[in-house]
Design a protein around this ligand. Structure first.
Ligand code: PMP
Length: 358
């Protein structure tokens, strides 16, 4: 706190990212990074960008990346936005696409950046409880936008699969939600969709109110590069461009544009590494269940698990003493869960052995 802070800054409640410890020899299973490195072709493309041209500004539109994304999904580049991590893309969507002065609907248990962006942009949050099985029930959202309240919501956002639960909403449910809420923007945050879900990008040509965001931090293993994308109707994309061009014209540097485009182009490496993570997830789930954990069904590169007899906070602390870091949220309803990122088979085995000993 300082006398030089504006009242606005004093009232901000910032997001707290998962720990990035400086210690070495860790089994780091706390921030859902990919255990396998980025595509070798992406690394080569980035290395080739490190040259004298770095004295020049990058392409403000990141067209090379937009083309790679458009080609990957069979879209036009006018349907694609690119930004500095999907967090930045989400921020622009909060700023430019959700109606201020009307409640924004999102799950009570979800990505904890959503309430932070609500605070930053002055949007009223309205949390919709997950059901008793920690699932999103789309009827709960439609009910908020019905009868006398019809047209009085400022938007809908949720991750699919949800975070930190890992639970997936089928594409048919998302389409039903879109059909029932044509008067408001529906943002599907697909940070983890490539680990077993079906992308809602398939619906963007039919629903002009649908925006889908994705990240290259997880399935494309480029968390350190900071690249995210949004896909939707050109009018929605134009709103994001207007915000971006009023904030930072060059969110992606030359290296990031080249590396991210090459990562989208290298489908074989992407398919192979995603499948490896999915296979390892099956092994981790089976191992945890054998130890007595309840594990929510996960379509992500992490699992959300609780033990009926063991305190989650104590388990996380005990694992940490052995250099194994998992994520524990001390929040209502989920304080007895651990969120565990799927690592290499070796890391997963170290985790399971440590839990067994505990
Ligand atoms: N959405 C969800 C649901 C996430 O878990 C994350 C990662 N913390 C993000 C978006 C942001 O990812 P990034 O900014 O690395 O693209």
């Amino acid at each position: 706190m300082s006398q030089f802070w504006s009242p606005f800054v004093k009232d901000l409640v910032p997001y707290v990212p998962g720990e990035q410890p400086k210690m070495t020899r860790l089994v780091k299973l706390n921030t859902n990074e990919n255990p396998y490195g980025p595509s070798p072709k992406a690394i080569a493309a980035m290395q080739a960008e490190v040259n004298d041209d770095l004295r020049l500004y990058p392409d403000p539109n990141g067209d090379r990346l937009k083309q790679a994304v458009a080609e990957y999904y069979g879209l036009s580049t006018a349907q694609v936005f690119v930004g500095n991590g999907s967090d930045e893309v989400l921020a622009h969507a909060f700023h430019g696409l959700f109606q201020h002065g009307k409640p924004l609907l999102f799950p009570d248990i979800t990505y904890s950046f959503y309430p932070v962006y609500c605070g930053l942009y002055g949007i009223e949050p309205k949390q919709i409880p997950l059901d008793e099985n920690f699932q999103i029930n789309i009827a709960d959202y439609t009910r908020e936008n019905a009868g006398a309240n019809k047209g009085k919501i400022g938007g809908i956002i949720f991750p699919n699969p949800n975070a930190p639960t890992g639970c997936l909403l089928p594409l048919a449910a998302i389409e039903q939600l879109l059909k029932q809420n044509t008067d408001t923007v529906v943002l599907v945050d697909e940070a983890y969709i490539d680990f077993g879900g079906e992308t809602a990008i398939a619906l963007v040509n039919q629903y002009p109110n649908l925006l889908v965001t994705q990240t290259l931090s997880k399935s494309r293993s480029l968390a350190g590069l900071r690249v995210g994308i949004a896909v939707g109707h050109p009018d929605l994309i134009e709103a994001l461009e207007r915000i971006k061009n009023s904030f930072n014209s060059y969110p992606l540097d030359r290296v990031a544009i080249a590396g991210a485009a090459a990562a989208f182009d290298d489908r074989a490496y992407f398919d192979d590494t995603c499948q490896r993570v999915i296979d390892s997830r099956d092994t981790v789930v089976a191992g945890l269940e054998q130890l007595g954990f309840d594990v929510l069904p996960s379509a992500a590169n992490f699992v959300f698990a609780r033990h009926p007899q063991k305190d989650a906070g104590e388990l996380a602390a005990a694992l940490r003493e052995q250099g194994i870091i998992v994520r524990h949220f001390k929040t209502p309803r989920i304080a007895q869960f651990l969120r565990i990122t799927i690592g290499t088979d070796e890391q997963n085995q170290i985790l399971l052995d440590a839990l067994k000993a505990l």
